[in-house]
Design a protein around this ligand. Structure first.
Ligand SMILES: [Fe+2]
Length: 147
């Protein structure tokens, strides 16, 4: 069974952000699967690299959408993304250098790394857009496809 299963509770209402989040779920599931299959270190490193690369692209896209919407929480959100990047770079680096083995804790860490951020932080942006607090953001959030 997949580690992460998408459901409506993860939807921010912005199709571009939600598509990215779904893709990140898939990459974390790929990582989990590679670990479960006991694949060799190089294979797992490649899967992890793909996840990190996509996460970086996603963070930039999401921040651009927030900028277009004049989201007042943008600076705080960027700081949260920077912290997430720093955490995953440490994991990636330690694994590449052979300083850690991937174990259940690492898999659970990655799951929380993404899911906690979506539910705690990305949902604040969703609520902001839905509230119509900023005139430029009053269009349905699903129509905002800035990037
Ligand atoms: Fe985010």
């Amino acid at each position: 069974m997949a580690l992460l299963n998408w459901n409506a509770g993860y939807c921010t209402g912005n199709t571009r952000i939600d598509d990215d989040h779904r893709a990140l779920f898939e990459r974390i599931n790929d990582f989990h699967y590679a670990w479960q299959q006991n694949r060799d270190r190089k294979d797992i490193a490649r899967v992890l690299d793909r996840l990190v690369e996509y996460a970086e692209e996603h963070f930039a896209r999401e921040e651009e959408i927030m900028r277009v919407c004049r989201y007042p929480g943008l600076a705080r959100h960027q700081a949260a993304h920077e912290a997430l990047s720093a955490q995953i770079f440490v994991l990636q680096g330690h694994f590449a250098e052979g300083r850690i083995r991937i174990d259940r804790d690492a898999v659970d860490f990655l799951r929380g790394w993404l899911v906690d951020h979506i539910l705690a932080e990305d949902m604040k942006f969703s609520a902001y857009v839905e509230s119509g607090a900023e005139p430029s953001a009053r269009q349905p959030v699903s129509d905002i496809d800035a990037v």
